[in-house]
Design a protein around this ligand. Structure first.
Ligand code: PCA
Length: 325
């Protein structure tokens, strides 16, 4: 009898290892194309978690806004419609100015500075997200932001009246201050917007222009290096608190790896995609001195506006970043 009980117990254990009773599937909405480096990083992260938890938590990524559009992803996770997902952090600047810390023109313009700025801002961002039932897992920057146009542009005066695709408050404000006409469009939809003339310009990375083949409609990319906005991966905090300590450790480890690999990919992708724009037929190069100086003046205005909107906590982020220089 004893033998039989042991045998049963052993069988139960084997069964548990092969098909865990608590197996969960986490759908992970992401806004950018499957070929984009953020999506590749997310897919690796999902695999890492699925393998590391022995299948107890299986993460399935849904790139290109196929499950939820970019603008809807955070709300979907807050309300538990999806347990986990990725979104552009500065996309929430209209809720709280602090989210726009990474879209201040000419504050942090290199990968190294962007990493320092993130260190300075992370505790505040984690706190704001926690108040919204969200737990931050990792964040990865986009390559430096430059300006795309259909026609040659050498000064801010040349921008007047151009229809401009924006992706957050800061980019809409940049359009206003340069006399352009902002229209907010998700990255997943920009190829069509440019092809149909809904917009003829944008500020973005070489990466997004490359992913969306914008050379089919646009001809110039000016490497302004204005800022490096971040994507971040968040999990619903109720879901997170239901995860075992062992699996939390696996997920945190996978998140750290993803952040490291994502940063590396972002750097590699910068030169590769600028060359891709050239190969597509675009003129790629630095902005004229006049345009650079005029944009820097606009940057000062936008920095002051952000500091006013983000209050003491915003100022503390900028001070901590400047002290780390
Ligand atoms: N690509 C995203 C955000 C920043 C970037 O480089 C976009 O254009 O939507």
């Amino acid at each position: 009898m004893k033998k039989l009980t042991n045998l049963l117990a052993a069988t139960a254990l084997t069964a548990a290892a092969a098909a865990p009773a608590m197996a969960e599937k986490w759908d992970m909405p992401m806004a950018y194309s499957a070929s984009n480096f953020h999506s590749a990083t997310g897919a690796e992260f999902a695999k890492c978690v699925t393998t590391g938890t022995g299948g107890e938590i299986e993460i399935v990524t849904h790139p290109s806004g196929s499950l939820f559009k970019g603008a809807d992803i955070k709300r979907a996770i807050q309300t538990g419609q999806a347990p986990i997902g990725e979104r552009l952090l500065s996309g929430h600047q209209n809720e709280n100015a602090l989210f726009g810390f990474d879209s201040i023109p000419f504050l942090a313009t290199s990968f190294d500075d962007s990493a320092k700025l993130w260190e300075a801002a992370k505790p505040s961002i984690e706190k704001v997200l926690a108040e919204q039932n969200l737990t931050l897992l990792y964040a990865v920057p986009w390559p430096p932001q430059g300006l795309y146009f259909k026609n040659e542009v050498n000064s801010v005066a040349d921008m007047k009246g151009i229809k401009f695709r924006s992706y957050n408050n800061a980019t809409s404000r940049l359009a206003e201050l340069t006399g352009m006409l902002p229209v907010t469009i998700e990255a997943a939809e920009i190829s069509q917007a440019f092809a149909t003339g809904v917009a003829d310009s944008m500020v973005s990375s070489g990466s997004t222009g490359y992913d969306r083949k914008v050379w089919e409609s646009l001809n110039y990319f000016y490497e302004v290096d204005a800022w490096l906005p971040r994507n971040y991966v968040m999990v619903n905090s109720d879901v997170w608190s239901g995860v075992s300590d062992a699996n939390k450790n696996v997920i945190k480890g996978c998140a750290e790896l993803a952040e490291y690999a994502g940063n590396w990919r972002a750097k590699e992708y910068t030169g590769f995609t600028l060359q891709g724009l050239r190969d597509g037929g675009m003129t790629v190069g630095p902005a004229s001195e006049q345009m650079t100086n005029e944009l820097k003046e606009i940057g000062v205005t936008m920095t002051n506006e952000w500091l006013e909107a983000a209050g003491d906590e915003g100022k503390a982020i900028v001070d901590a970043f400047n002290a780390s220089q």
